[in-house]
Design a protein around this ligand. Sequence first.
Ligand SMILES: [Zn+2]
Ligand SMILES: [Zn+2]
Length: 142
Amino acid sequence: MDTEFKNSLLTEFKQKCRDKRLKITPQRTIIYEELINSTDHPSVDILYKRVKGKLPDISFDTVYRTLMTFNSIGIAEIVEGINTSKRYDGNTRKHYHYICLRCGKITDIYDIAFKFEIPEIIKEKYSPSSVRVFFEGICENC
Ligand SMILES: [Zn+2]
Ligand SMILES: [Zn+2]
């Protein structure tokens, strides 16, 4: 993630907090910065350990609840994997994920000519507000 992109995410973070009347506390800012500096889609556990390096008194629960808040205001995505704990992504730029079933590595995939069309059978009955697609298999390192 380049600096320019990180700065635009930070601006977005501050804007969304203001819109939702959430205080931009140093704690929230540090958790957010740590999230966008983590390109490995960390679990709460991993992010907690990273944040603790900067905020030694922070609790696991606070990091967990903050991530849930970030998710609810649209600045952090939850990446659901099978057999893995919930992983978080602070990168809100449109991309897909490739999840390794062996090591759990989540790779970002950009700019692919892949478009998911909602099948007619679903459109007839429902109107989904979002569709999540991820790819899984074995990664290049495994
Ligand atoms: Zn792997
Ligand atoms: Zn991602």
